[in-house]
Design a protein around this ligand. Structure first.
Ligand code: FAD
Ligand code: NAP
Length: 337
């Protein structure tokens, strides 16, 4: 393997800051996965696999090898009267894959329309939106284990999925995902309970929505509410919605009766981090080349940063403000390097 040297990372991530990597390569087949990992072991360099860079923040130059996942292919591996199983290579564009399934009438992914990124990254933080999480459609994940240097299939259970997390997020860089096997429904039960979806379908007078109607509604909501990363660099939600024990939430509600939260079990509440940040006065605030997006306070945007450190420092200020006012420590959802 002969990697490229001293490469600017600017074109490879959505914040488009100007950090560099001293080695860079592209992965188009499984042999290249093994070669890249062995090369790093031999040369004692750190290794980082990336997809489209929509959930990454570089705060300094990367000393090691960055490999961009570009493996392609969608293969039907099984079909029954009720469902279809697809093996999809990690470099496929997520939204293209969702659109392909919607077109075929295979349900399960439609609420996750227009999420940027690659198929291979979909299990990493168990991508979720509008009441759906990808864990509901994953049968297994094929990956190269960089520790044991073996190929493995991780079952849905072994992926350790949770709210915006998985074993892949907990053990970063241990597994290089090359394929994800999804199981999709031929007679899907659509999820239209999420407020914004219901409103759009109602406004359009759609009473019995199709898969395509739901996908179009999600696309419309997202296009309206989220900044276009090509215009304003961003990685979507910068922070996770904090999950609080019911007792702590009840206490908080006494002091802040307008707080927005959703029960997620008998014992826990998920608090809207957007509301917490906005309540601290940060929504729409800009400092230098970084800002908190005016329509959604969870999204931090770049107005032309040079270094990802600018975004990181801005996010520290938000964490501090929320901690001071509510006693809650926000967790970053994005992956910081
Ligand atoms: P990258 O950013 O390249 O990588 C993310 C992490 O995954 C890194 O740690 C990387 O090392 C690892 N990784 C990537 N590929 C592999 C692989 N093949 N094997 C092992 N590790 C890998 N996320 C949601 O969950 N829901 C949303 O609704 C949502 N909306 C968004 C909206 C906008 C405008 C933006 C910019 C982002 C949004 N995101 C959302 C976040 C992001 O799109 C997802 O997390 C996406 O899955 C990241 O894909 P990627 O290919 O860009 O990954
Ligand atoms: P929203 O509708 O303004 O809602 C705010 C928060 O409340 C959301 O984060 C959501 O949690 C929660 N929520 C709303 N209705 C809910 C319900 N019926 N049941 C449980 N929780 C509910 O959110 P938004 O900012 O416009 O985003 C819409 C969806 O897209 C959300 O699911 C969000 O996660 C997703 N999204 C994610 C990213 C990202 O980068 N991760 C970026 C943009 C949008 P959940 O987040 O748990 O759904």
């Amino acid at each position: 393997m002969t990697p490229d040297l001293n490469i600017s990372l600017k074109p490879f991530h959505f914040f488009a800051s100007e950090e560099k990597s001293n080695f860079f390569t592209r992965i188009q087949n499984e042999n290249q996965v093994e070669e890249a990992v062995h090369w790093c072991h031999e040369n004692n360099y750190p290794f980082l696999i990336i997809g489209s860079g929509s959930n990454i923040l570089f705060t300094k130059n990367f000393t090691g090898l960055i490999a961009k996942m570009e493996m392609m292919g969608i293969k039907k591996t099984n079909e029954t009267p009720s469902d279809v199983t697809l093996q999809v290579a990690a470099g496929e564009n997520w939204h293209h894959f969702v659109s392909y399934c919607v077109q075929k009438g295979w349900g399960g992914l439609e609420n996750l329309s227009l999420i940027p990124g690659t198929v291979g990254a979909s299990p990493i933080q168990n991508i979720g939106a509008y009441g759906a999480q990808i864990q509901e459609c994953i049968e297994h994940v094929k990956a190269y284990d960089t520790l044991t240097q073996q190929w493995i299939n991780l079952s849905n259970k072994e992926c350790g999925f949770g709210y915006r997390t998985s074993v892949f997020k907990i053990l970063p860089n241990r597994y290089i995902i090359t394929h994800v096997q999804y199981i999709l429904q031929k007679q899907p039960i659509l999820k239209t309970d999420y407020g914004a979806i219901r409103e759009v379908l109602h406004d359009k007078g759609i009473k019995n929505p199709s898969l395509a109607n739901v996908a179009a509604a999600v696309t419309q909501i997202r296009t309206h509410k989220l900044p276009d990363p090509k215009i304003l660099g961003n990685t979507g939600s910068f922070f996770k919605n904090p999950i609080l024990p019911k007792e702590k939430y009840t206490e908080l509600e006494k002091s802040f009766p307008n707080i927005i939260a959703h029960p997620i079990s008998d014992k826990e509440y998920k608090v809207a981090a957007d509301w917490l940040i906005a309540s601290c006065g940060w929504k729409g605030i800009r400092k230098g080349n970084v800002g908190c997006y005016e329509k959604q306070a969870l999204v931090i945007v770049s107005y032309g940063i040079k270094s990802g450190k600018e975004v990181y420092d801005f996010s520290e200020e938000i964490i501090h403000a929320v901690q001071t006012k509510f006693g809650i420590t926000l967790d970053r959802e994005i992956n910081v390097y």
